[in-house]
Design a protein around this ligand. Structure first.
Ligand code: PMP
Length: 386
């Protein structure tokens, strides 16, 4: 994917927040499973359990605290329906923030409506940062849950999760973190963050599509009923009644996705082999470089300049539609994203209709940024052919 195209033209991939490319070892792991391990159910079950343990270890969790899910979106819906339906009552409050992706808004909006709970929104600052006080000042004895993104998919802002969790737990609320944009960039450790729910998708962290995990603190998982029926969800069945299987199996109906679980484990271990500190410092360098170069493009405004952020940078160029610029960049072999990135409330707060977004992974280079800026400065690429 990252090699030049067959005709020799470059391919510059700066859309990693949408999905990341896959290291060879991840692709090889999928091939190995299907080519030589996809035989006995017992063997596959063992490999699946091993993958769960390896993924758990990489985020500082216990294996029985991880539920395999198809996506972050699915994980948050599962919590809303299973936990939300059993723990929320009329008058209860759910706190979300002004930088959430729809995946962490829609389920809460729906479940609040169904249960009679109220949604409260902690606003962000002008630079895109989220202050712990913005959340803390909206907490009260009726707050049951704080749902917050670890990293904003538009602004790159890193939320102060550990501080938010401390404040939320003080009033007896649970904390759910949407980690979709964090895991490719940050060291994510359940002990250090001390949250109750943490969801992320493998495909945004160098792993396969169609799989993710939901971490749930063990004592919380015990209180959650299954969301869907079927074998594996029940331990014993008679028409008179069923007994639910123990978690996490209770939440994983049907045949397990063994290959992708192995691929996801391989991806997380690959990141650790590259070095999480090395990744962080390389990306910090690239973000500072990109911000500096982008500021030199006439009429370009950066959106999201919080001090603590990952290498995701949104911007607009006054007088030009983001989608037009995106298409022109794509023709020059530079992939970025344009739109509202499923974060409409955030765009209302920002007061812009849409934006461009470039998002970096550890395999990007300064040359990639140079190619982006050169394409933006190109009169055609900038859409300025007058
Ligand atoms: N949350 C955030 C912050 C995201 O960026 C995304 C994907 N853009 C999601 C949730 C949803 O992830 P998925 O599509 O893998 O469920």
């Amino acid at each position: 994917m990252l090699a030049p195209r067959a005709d020799g033209s470059p391919f510059v991939y700066l859309d990693n927040a949408a999905t990341t490319q896959k290291p060879r070892c991840v692709i090889d792991r999928l091939v190995q499973f299907y080519a030589s391990e996809n035989a006995s159910a017992a063997g596959a079950t063992q490999l699946h359990a091993q993958a769960r343990g390896r993924i758990a270890r990489s985020i500082g969790a216990a294996a029985n605290e991880l539920i395999f899910v198809p996506s972050t979106t699915f994980a948050i819906s599962l919590v809303a329906h299973s936990w939300g339906n059993t723990h929320l009552e009329p008058g209860d409050e759910i706190v979300v923030t002004g930088l959430e992706h729809h995946a962490n808004l829609v389920p809460w909006h729906e479940i609040a409506h169904e249960t009679g709970a109220t949604l409260r929104i902690a606003p962000i600052e002008a630079d895109g940062s989220l202050r712990v006080e913005a959340v803390a000042s909206r907490l009260c004895a009726r707050t049951r849950l704080v749902a917050v993104a670890h990293v904003s998919n538009v602004l790159g802002t890193v939320s102060p999760i550990a501080e938010i969790a401390l404040a939320a737990h003080r009033v007896g609320a649970r904390v759910l973190v949407d980690g979709a944009q964090a895991v490719a960039h940050l060291r994510v450790d359940m002990h250090a963050l001390d949250v109750d729910f943490y969801a992320f998708s493998a495909h945004k962290a160098f792993g396969p599509t169609g799989i993710g995990v939901l971490y749930v603190r063990e004592e919380v998982m015990q209180t959650m009923p299954p969301w869907s029926g079927g074998p594996k969800v029940v331990e014993a069945f008679s028409l008179a009644g069923t007994r639910h299987a123990a978690p996490p199996q209770r939440f994983e109906p049907g045949a397990p996705n063994v290959a992708d679980a192995l691929g996801m484990a391989a991806a997380l271990e690959y990141m650790r082999a590259v070095g999480l500190d090395a990744i962080r410092s390389h990306e910090r360098d690239l973000l500072a470089y990109a911000q500096d170069r982008l500021r030199r493009v006439p009429s370009l405004r950066l959106i999201g300049t919080a001090a603590d952020k990952v290498a995701i940078q949104a911007f607009v160029i006054d007088g030009h539609a983001p989608e037009d610029i995106r298409m022109r960049l794509a023709r020059a072999g530079v992939e970025v994203q344009a739109g509202q990135f499923s974060a409409q409330p955030l765009f209302e707060r920002l007061g812009v209709a849409a934006a461009l977004r470039m998002s970096i992974a550890f395999y990007n280079t300064r040359e990639d940024i140079d190619a982006l800026v050169a394409a933006l400065l190109d009169r055609d690429a900038a859409g300025d052919s007058r």
